[in-house]
Every structure is written in C-alpha cells, then in structure tokens.
Design a protein around this ligand. Structure first.
Ligand SMILES: C[S@@+](CC[C@H](N)C(=O)[O-])C[C@H]1O[C@@H](n2cnc3c(N)ncnc32)[C@H](O)[C@@H]1O
Length: 290
C-alpha cells in the first residue's frame, strides 16, 4: 500500500504531548518535528502491533522499553518509493521540463545540468531521472554533462540505493524497453546495469541540518531541478517551511522543484514558486529573462 495516501487522523492533544515527552525524557529521542496526525497514527499502529489494550498501556511500555522506543522512532521514517512514482510528473519531466532545461543549457554553454533528489530513500527516484537523461543522450547521439545528487538521512536506505537491486513491486511504472536496457534480472530481482552506475552520487544529508545550506557532496547547490517528494507531509508546518526554504535557496534561477502529489498544496501555500502545470506538483523559481 502507498503509505502517503493515508497519512492523516485526528490525535488527542494530551496523547501527543505525552508521546513527545516520553520519547524525549525517557530516551532522548526528539519527535516534535513530525506532523501531529502522522505521529498519532504511527503511535496507534505500534499500539496495535504490540497488542497494548489502551493508549495508556502502550505509553507506559514506550516509557520503560528502549527497544520499543527505537522501533516506534524508526517507524516515523517511511522509506517507501517507486520508479517513476508519479506518472504525470515524470511524463512532464520527460517531455517538457528536461528537454527545456537541456536545450537552455546547451544554448547558454553552461557546464552541466545539476539535479538533486532530496529524501531519495532507496533510490528509485534518482535512478528514474538517470534513465530519462540517458535516454535523451542516447536518442540525440550526443554526450550530455549532468550530475545527479541523491541524499537521505538514512545510511541504510542509501546503501540499498547504491546497490541498485530492486524487487518487481517498485518497477510497475518502468517501461519494458527501459527494463531491458537499464536492469539485469536475477530471478526475482532487477539490478541497475553498469550503464547507469556512477551516474548518481548518493550521500547522507539531513534536510533539517541547520548548519549547512546544501548537501556537502554537491559543494554549492545551484540545482536546475530538485525533487523532494513525499518528505514534507510527515512534518509539522514550521518544519515544512524550513525544508522548503532550504530547497528554494538551492534552486538555480528558473530551476524547478518537484514535490509529492499530496504536498502540492503545501508548496503552493508557502508561495515564492510558480506552478508549472495544473494538477502536477512541479514548480519553478523566477525564470531567466530571455
Ligand atoms: C516516503 S520516502 C520518499 C522517497 C522518494 N522521495 C519518493 O517519493 O518515492 C521519504 C524519505 O525521506 C527521508 N527523510 C525524511 N526526513 C528527512 C530529513 N529530515 N532529511 C533527509 N531525508 C529525510 C526518509 O529517510 C525517507 O527515506
């Protein structure tokens, strides 16, 4: 199931306060950044999974059991992803946005296209972009200079991303042609081929890090395209604004920001970026003057 489709329920105020207090005071784990509905929902899931009859019983368990506190804390990170996850967004990237960026880049003589997948989880989003760019290069018969940076705060997920090995479940939107060209199959698993390896630079980066303005691996940001999808919705509004502000500052003039479908409203409400197309969560910073 796609977890982003069901990320809201109404928590009681006092339960939330107690969860946050217990996690912080008993275990030194800060969960205050998370969206309250998401926090309550995750709490309820673990309550049921541990067969705790009431919220009070599970809270007590959470307070006295560091292992359960870690499990609960980890459950707040959802690593779910898919290749070409939002088909409308990826169709627009393929047919409009990337060709536009690449043409502009060629015309301007500027060095390379810079892209950032922020909160990339196990890498499907970044590899999807790499596939589109490789297809473009192949169809044009011309080399293209581009760098794709992909970051997440979870080293474990990044290790899986780098390995490039995937089960069929996340490959549903990959075309047969792409499957043949960019994956090799071993039984149930599909591995990214050598052709794409080295095209994505995976590194750890916490978007909430206040000490840095862009992922250190990228050195200076200035991205033509940033995809940060299905990350914002797990955070409370103040934190969403902090992340969005960081992403916006990392955009080159005229650069594009892609969010998850469920986050479109959050980006629109924050202002500062223009929606590129109706019904698609793609936004653009102030375009270059022509
Ligand atoms: C649901 S996945 C989204 C994956 C991919 N962007 C997609 O849409 O398919 C959310 C990812 O965001 C990452 N994440 C959440 N908060 C983060 C933060 N503060 N800094 C970096 N990554 C974060 C999580 O570790 C998780 O891998």
């Amino acid at each position: 199931m796609n977890p982003e489709k069901s990320a809201s329920s109404r928590p009681t105020r006092s339960t939330l306060d107690e969860i946050m207090a217990v996690m912080c005071q008993a275990h030194g784990l800060d969960v205050t950044a998370y969206d309250e509905s998401f926090l309550a929902k995750s709490f309820e899931k673990r309550r049921r999974a541990t067969a705790s009859e009431t919220a009070a019983i599970y809270l007590q368990r959470l307070s006295g059991d560091p292992a359960e506190a870690k499990i609960f804390f980890r459950s707040l990170t959802i690593p779910y992803s898919e290749f070409f996850r939002d088909p409308l967004v990826f169709a627009l990237l393929e047919q409009v946005i990337l060709p536009r960026l690449l043409t502009e880049k060629e015309a301007s003589g500027r060095a390379e296209l810079r892209l950032w997948s922020a909160g990339c989880a196990t890498g499907q989003e970044a590899w999807s972009i790499a596939i589109l760019l490789d297809e473009w290069t192949t169809s044009r018969g011309k080399p293209l200079a581009y760098r794709i940076f992909a970051t997440d705060r979870s080293e474990a997920d990044l290790a899986r991303a780098r390995s490039g090995v995937y089960g069929a479940a996340t490959l549903g939107n990959v075309r047969l042609r792409q499957l043949k060209r960019y994956f090799s199959r071993q039984g149930e698993f599909y591995t990214i081929t050598a052709k794409l390896r080295g095209r994505v630079d995976f590194s750890v980066y916490d978007l909430l890090d206040r000490a840095s303005s862009s992922p250190p691996a990228s050195i200076y940001g200035d991205f033509d395209l940033v995809i940060c999808s299905n990350v914002l919705l797990y955070y409370r509004p103040q934190i969403q604004h902090f992340i969005l502000d960081k992403l916006r500052r990392n955009l080159a003039t005229g650069g594009y920001l892609v969010s998850g479908e469920a986050e479109r409203q959050i980006v629109e409400n924050a202002g500062g970026l223009g929606a590129v197309a109706p019904h698609a969560s793609i936004f653009q910073s102030t375009p270059r003057r022509r």
